[in-house]
Ligand binder design. Structure first.
Ligand code: F6R
Length: 257
């Protein structure tokens, strides 16, 4: 079962995950991070950058693989995930940009370039900690409902709901790309530790379906139930529809130390 930890605020939740990542990098300077973008992990990266600075943690051997990237934005577009990762992760943390990889979109996400991306993850030794957000439609990465639970990195079409949700980053909904290249659910499940974050009431239904609902390709986030090491980190609002909330709080308060 996933460990579900509910904090009173997104800030407290993000500090917990930032500390977890800082400890991970301190223990293993060659940590391989799986990087989510979107608005949820922003505070985690800010907190981690602070801890890296305050604790003088060496990050030159850290590498990272982003979960997904839009297809069709011009290179350098500020909302391309390459630009977002550079702005929110690489520069604040002082990571080596050559060690940070995004799913291949230059050739439209050909099967061959997706295979090369997957091989690169394997050659890096696999992802140690995969940070995940979740879409209101239950997606992880950009694996939209119906994605195979065994899927690998590939070209995908975004749902209307995801494009609507992400329109806030663009001038209009029409500017949100229709296609993306995303790590597959099978790819994500190979990471050694999954840390799924969700904040706000808009995520409550997707979180409950992913954590407690039946395992189903219709809710790609439910694939986390297959993984032996998952930490779900929520604020109160995102936890509002969990049936076993009381138990999660009890288990966290009584965690073995
Ligand atoms: C982004 C990603 C997506 C987001 C999800 C939630 O790299 O993989 O699954 O995590 O769409 O987005 P936010 O955090 O913006 O609500």
């Amino acid at each position: 079962m996933a460990e579900v930890i509910v904090f009173e605020s997104p800030e407290a939740a993000a500090s917990h995950v930032a500390a977890l990542l800082a400890d991970q990098i301190e223990n293993d300077p060659a940590t391989v991070l799986g990087l989510a973008t979107g608005s949820t992990p922003g505070r985690v990266y800010e907190g981690l950058a602070r801890l890296v600075r305050d604790r003088s943690i060496a990050v030159d051997a850290v590498s990272g693989f982003a979960l997904d990237e839009y297809v069709g934005l011009e290179p350098g577009h500020p909302e391309s995930y390459r630009a977002v990762i550079d702005r929110e992760v690489v520069r604040p943390l002082g990571l080596d940009p050559d060690r940070i990889h995004l799913p291949p979109v230059a050739d439209g996400g050909s099967p061959e370039s997706c295979r090369v991306f997957e091989d690169r993850i394997a050659r890096a030794g696999g992802v140690d900690v995969q940070i995940l957000g979740i879409g209101t439609d239950g997606h992880i990465g950009f694996n939209e409902p119906g994605s195979s639970l065994g899927s690998r990195t590939r070209l995908k079409t975004l749902t209307a709901r995801t494009r609507r949700d992400n329109a806030r980053f663009f001038a209009s909904e029409d500017e949100v790309p229709v296609h993306c290249v995303t790590q597959g659910i099978g790819t994500i499940l190979e990471a050694r530790h999954l840390v799924l974050l969700a904040f706000g009431e808009a995520k409550a239904a997707a979180v409950a379906a992913a954590v407690e609902g039946p395992l189903s390709a219709s809710v790609p986030g439910s694939a986390i139930q297959l993984h032996p090491r998952v930490t779900v980190v929520l604020d109160d609002a995102a936890a509002a529809e969990l049936r076993h909330r009381e138990y999660y709080d009890f288990a966290w308060a009584n965690r073995p130390r």
